[in-house]
Design a protein around this ligand. Sequence first.
Ligand SMILES: Nc1nc2c(ncn2[C@@H]2O[C@H](COP(=O)(O)OP(=O)(O)O)[C@@H](O)[C@H]2O)c(=O)[nH]1
Ligand SMILES: [Mg+2]
Length: 251
Amino acid sequence: MQRQDCFALTSHLFPRNPCSRFWKSGWVADPRTRCANYLLCDWSFWSTPAVMAKSPEVKLAVFGRAGVGKSALVVRFLTRRFIWEYDPTLESTYRHQATIDDEVVAMEILDTAGQEDMQQKESHMRWGDGFVIVYDITDRGSFDEVGPLRGLLEDVKKPKNVPLVLVGNKADLDHARQVGTEEGERLAAEMACAFYECSACADERGTVAEAFHELCREVRRRKAVQGKTRRRSSTTHVKQAINKMLTKISS
Ligand SMILES: Nc1nc2c(ncn2[C@@H]2O[C@H](COP(=O)(O)OP(=O)(O)O)[C@@H](O)[C@H]2O)c(=O)[nH]1
Ligand SMILES: [Mg+2]
């Protein structure tokens, strides 16, 4: 495994994940689902105290109907490999470090199962800083679910207009396409977010990583703006307090 492929599984954050007891590299069979799960741990990254102590800079959550390829996309991004089968009921979190525009970004990625109830969805949304909403270009229903997901995000997150990318997955299955590229582009324009059509299975051009990197950039941009606004408003508060004191003293 190359250094840039490394990531760490942090399923302890979500104890209901049945695989949380497997802390080793490679394929493991989950006895409950008889499904193989690919678990990789980059211990060198995970065991660096400075990194462990610091909470990740960017928290990303991946949403979309079950079966659209969320797990395949996350694993493609983390390992540059495609793995055919995942347990569809699993949700996992991963820690990953990437160099984006010459800066190292520590991120945590939550791969949701897509079968959560409303309460779980809302709690995942509150947790995340940025969101990937995925649909399957061969499944019109999964595209129709994007709007309501975005609506829920807007209800849950404050301030609104959360960092978001829209991903139309399974572009390799063009013969079975049910959602046109221009429909995806139009929806992304309405949601004011970036749009990528890609395939977790055939990603020669690195579009999957591009989507995740763009989301990280957007999260960092928003955090920088929010930080400035917060600093500005705290300076204003101090100025107002001093002015009040001065007025009291002079009167
Ligand atoms: N042809 C094709 N199949 C894919 C692609 N991405 C995922 N799949 C398949 O779609 C199914 C569901 O994928 P999975 O990642 O488990 O979906 P999830 O439930 O959204 O996490 C699996 O059988 C994958 O092998 C893709 O880009 N192209
Ligand atoms: Mg999955």
